[in-house]
Design a protein around this ligand. Structure first.
Ligand SMILES: C[S@@+](CC[C@H](N)C(=O)[O-])C[C@H]1O[C@@H](n2cnc3c(N)ncnc32)[C@H](O)[C@@H]1O
Length: 199
């Protein structure tokens, strides 16, 4: 069986009991370096996802007789590998949802997620004209388009928004910064989620 498990934003206490049970029973764990790190000392074969998803598919297809758990950060179906794998694997799969980094930050902020617009700059450039029409937005980001670049898109349109930058969420060095879009600096940010509010 191929299991795709949402392991939450990082703190293992936020992972579901179901995902933990499946990990314990699995022979092979597949994931990125950050996601596999807490499980390095379990007696399991580890396969690290690098850049090629084709490599991951080939590895899975060669090991279909084993119990495989693919560890996805947050929720696998929210800008995660769940979509690609469920569309490209020709075998039975089980997906277990997890707490997304985007859900996590809203609980920390005590702001509801009702009517929110969810997007991403991860490997893509969103349509900011469309995006900024929404009053409450949350985005996962990458190194190319992060908090500073998002703030510039807001300012370029002569808009002003409140921005919340959530770095390393749920880890010991978690940092949540609340700024106006004109105050966001061009500095290096850690792994982050950005919330944009039109208040
Ligand atoms: C490929 S997306 C995966 C999103 C994931 N499926 C989720 O639901 O959180 C990767 C991006 O998620 C965000 N992310 C994931 N974990 C995070 C964390 N602990 N703190 C801040 N951002 C995080 C970052 O923007 C990162 O670049």
């Amino acid at each position: 069986m191929i299991n795709i498990l949402g392991i939450g934003p990082g703190d293992l206490n936020l992972m579901s009991i179901k995902s933990k049970e499946i990990i314990e029973k699995s022979n092979i764990l597949i994931g990125g370096t950050r996601n596999l790190k807490p499980f390095k000392n379990l007696n399991k074969e580890l396969f690290y996802i690098k850049s090629s998803m084709k490599e991951v598919l080939d590895f899975i297809n060669l090991n279909l007789n084993k119990e495989i758990a693919i560890l996805a950060s947050g929720d696998p179906m929210l800008y995660g590998i769940g979509k690609y794998l469920s569309e490209n694997l020709d075998c039975e799969i089980n997906i277990v949802s997890g707490i997304s980094s985007m859900q996590y930050i809203f609980s920390k902020l005590k702001i509801s997620m009702n009517d929110i617009y969810i997007s991403s700059t991860h490997n893509k450039r969103p349509d900011f004209d469309f995006l900024l029409q929404h009053k409450k937005i949350v985005m996962v980001t990458d190194k190319e388009v992060g908090p500073y670049q998002i703030a510039r898109e807001i300012e370029k349109r002569n808009l002003r928004r409140k921005m919340i930058i959530g770095e390393n969420l749920s880890y010991e060095d978690e940092k949540i910064t609340i700024l106006n879009s004109n105050e966001v600096k061009d500095i290096e940010y850690n792994l982050n989620v950005v919330v944009i509010l039109d208040e």
